[in-house]
Write a protein that binds this ligand. Structure first.
Ligand SMILES: Cc1ncc(COP(=O)(O)O)c(C=O)c1O
Length: 424
């Protein structure tokens, strides 16, 4: 659920105009207009657009000449690209533990896992959240290692005015379909203040200009035009995401673990994540909500790392988070009723144990509530109605004018069956 389809319908006229304009140009034209906008947005001197965020990370490591025999510190809790880029250049990823409240790399673990072979850190700001990286940056300086900022998920976010994408020796972005700003064909970018590195990366994205081994990773014009167009709304969308996150925070904080809000943080809420008390409840909720999990296993547990060399700290925290985290839908085009429904399902499911929902329904339908025969009936609309209205205001339940109690009873039985089937 990314909302891009809804966004398209809202701005269809503008999209078609853009398409028409772009189709009349050479698609291999340079995309400096986009790179300039990214420089402005992040305050960097150089920006190089490429095909995707994974290439951006890979090129960052290549430009630093990181290779076999070198080690690179990274987190054990992120999207696979954060680590695979290290293996792509033949270096050894060293998986560090996270701080369990921020899900970001822990400084203690970084210090524990450091060795003389370490040449860089790949550090992602997860979910659009940002933590204070001052001490990690100082550590990098002291050890003379590069800080690669994986800002794939955090474009638009800032902490105390420090913008995501502005702090790495090299920083990287992604415009894949689930990001806060997506290209129509994905996309990525590298940001840096180092002219030489920017030049190397420009070559890498274009077959190394035949001077070195390179790749085909140019961003074509139309994609750049669409990203550029969408970037104009990044702030507006971020505010909308923040409004939704606030509702989740306020209405779910007594039921689940929400992420603490750091002072000075302008979160972009690329993802809104909660944590549940254990894996069983998390999995049940995931099924009921048809939600996603980011991420369900530590990176080192990916099958590919059975065959690829790595080093690893004890990462029990990462494992616990993988077992208990759940991503709730969030995007700027969600309706209020979709948001309410998600909140209500979580509340109902977690309160199911104390039977509040059943007791409330008994008030309207009487004690002989349960009837398995009714499960065969069709009642989609009322099914939703139960979730959206009835539980939202349990004290108001007796005043709801349920004209057709049989329908309501069918809906209740179906709803309850679904709830308990997934929570048993
Ligand atoms: C943290 C992180 N790093 C890197 C990437 C790679 O970006 P892409 O999908 O554009 O290759 C992603 C994208 O999902 C990501 O979330």
């Amino acid at each position: 659920m990314t909302g891009w389809n809804r966004e398209y319908l809202k701005h269809k006229g503008e999209y078609l105009e853009l398409f028409d304009k772009s189709m009349q140009k050479e698609q291999e034209s340079n995309v400096e207009f986009l790179e300039n906008k990214l420089k402005l947005l992040t305050g960097r001197k150089y920006a190089v657009a490429c095909s995707n965020g994974t290439d951006a990370l890979h090129f960052a490591l290549r430009s630093l000449n990181i290779k076999e025999g070198d080690e690179v510190l990274t987190t054990n809790f992120s999207w696979i690209s954060t680590a695979s880029c290290i293996s792509m250049v033949g270096a050894t990823p060293v998986f560090c533990e996270i701080d369990i409240s921020s899900y970001h790399m822990s400084l203690d673990s970084i210090k524990r896992m450091y060795s003389d072979k370490v040449k860089a850190i790949v550090y992602p700001h997860l979910f659009g959240n940002m933590s204070d990286t001052k001490e990690i940056l100082e550590f990098c300086k002291e050890k003379n290692i590069a800080f690669i900022e994986d800002a794939a998920q955090s474009l638009g976010a800032s902490l105390n005015g420090v913008r995501a994408g502005s702090i790495g020796d090299i920083s990287t972005l992604s415009f894949n379909a689930n990001k806060v700003v997506a290209g129509i064909a994905g996309g990525g970018a590298i940001l840096t203040d180092d002219k030489d590195k920017a030049e190397i990366i420009k070559k890498l994205r274009r077959h190394g200009n035949n001077e070195m081994l390179g790749y085909n990773s140019k961003m074509l014009l139309m994609n750049a035009e669409f990203i550029n167009f969408r970037l104009n709304r990044i702030k507006e969308w971020q505010s909308k995401r923040q409004e939704i996150a606030k509702q989740y925070d306020e209405q779910l904080k007594d039921y689940v673990t929400i992420q603490p809000r750091t002072n000075g943080l302008d979160h972009n809420y690329h993802k809104y994540v909660i944590r549940l008390p254990n894996k069983e409840i998390r999995d049940k909720l995931k099924n009921i909500l048809n939600a996603k999990i980011h991420y369900d296993k530590p990176l080192s547990e990916n099958v590919m790392y059975k065959n690829i060399e790595y080093r690893k700290d004890k990462t029990y925290g990462s494992k616990i988070v993988c077992d208990t985290i759940l991503t709730l839908p969030i995007h700027p085009y969600m309706t209020q009723s979709e948001i309410d429904k998600i909140i209500n399902i979580i509340v109902i499911t977690l309160e199911h144990k104390n039977n509040k929902f059943v007791n409330n329904m008994k008030k309207i339908l009487g004690n002989d509530l349960f009837d398995k025969e009714l499960l065969k009936e069709t009642t989609e609309d009322i099914y939703d109605y139960i979730v959206e209205k009835t539980y939202q205001l349990p004290e108001y339940i007796e005043d709801v004018p349920f004209k057709n109690k049989t329908k309501l009873k069918i809906a209740f039985n179906k709803f309850y069956e679904n709830l308990t089937r997934n929570t048993r």
